[in-house]
Design a protein around this ligand. Structure first.
Ligand SMILES: [Zn+2]
Ligand SMILES: [Zn+2]
Ligand SMILES: [Zn+2]
Length: 224
């Protein structure tokens, strides 16, 4: 069991705030992963604390630069980086341990109260709330342009989820439901107009049919 870096009291599972002294403890990086600070003030802002994030380099993989909040210990990964991180930090497993996946999810610390949509550290646009993976129990904030924000504890949880075969389960699940393709995104804040409705339309009808219909409409308009 991890202990509080300030007072030494034991930390409850998946909690980062000490019940005794109230200090926050970084349960993702300090205890497990070596990292090096590259830039103490980056241009990106913590979506929770509204302070400048710090750019760090994870020493396991010298090419992985991510942003970290020094106050809440949240982490921002550029698009695709979290997948790289999981691939490199957790070795591939061929076994799916459903019981263990359920147990780590039951153990997981839940923040009291509801959630708020938060702004992307890079562009400031409200991010979507997206389930990270099948039965991972982790909902991340995602900017489709820039990346994902993980609260402290999420990263460690995702590593455990992968170790228990969660990612394998996710791959099988998505392969099985490719046709019915259930979206994992929860209802987002900024529902943009269906941008690709024309693509769907022409995709379903076929390009020639769509052109023929347009031509017909044009003819009808001319004939009036
Ligand atoms: Zn403490
Ligand atoms: Zn923060
Ligand atoms: Zn963004």
């Amino acid at each position: 069991m991890a202990s509080c870096k300030q007072c030494g009291a034991p930390l409850a599972a998946n909690t980062n705030r000490c019940n005794y002294c109230g200090a926050r403890n970084d349960v993702d990086l300090h205890a497990h992963l070596p990292y090096k600070t590259e830039q103490s003030i980056s241009k990106r802002t913590c979506p929770g604390c509204r302070i400048a994030l710090t750019t760090i380099r994870l020493l396991d993989d010298a090419s992985l630069y991510i942003e970290r909040c020094q106050h809440c210990f949240g982490l921002f990964f550029d698009r695709g980086e979290i997948e790289i991180f999981l691939n490199e930090s957790v070795s591939h497993t061929n076994e799916i341990n459903l019981e263990h996946i359920d147990n780590i999810n039951k153990d997981r610390y839940r923040k009291p109260g509801g959630f708020q949509y938060r702004k992307c550290p890079q562009c400031g646009i409200l991010m979507n709330r997206v389930s990270f993976g099948y039965r991972s129990g982790v909902v991340v904030d995602q900017c489709s342009m820039h990346g994902v924000w993980l609260d402290n504890g999420d990263l460690k949880h995702l590593q455990e989820w992968k170790k228990a075969g969660g990612q394998l389960l996710q791959h099988r699940q998505s392969a099985a439901s490719k046709k019915s393709n259930a979206p994992t995104a929860l209802p987002g804040p900024a529902k943009t107009a269906p941008r690709n409705s024309w693509e769907n339309f022409s995709g379903e009808l076929g390009w020639e049919t769509a052109v023929a219909i347009l031509w017909l409409i044009w003819k009808l308009l001319l004939a009036r």
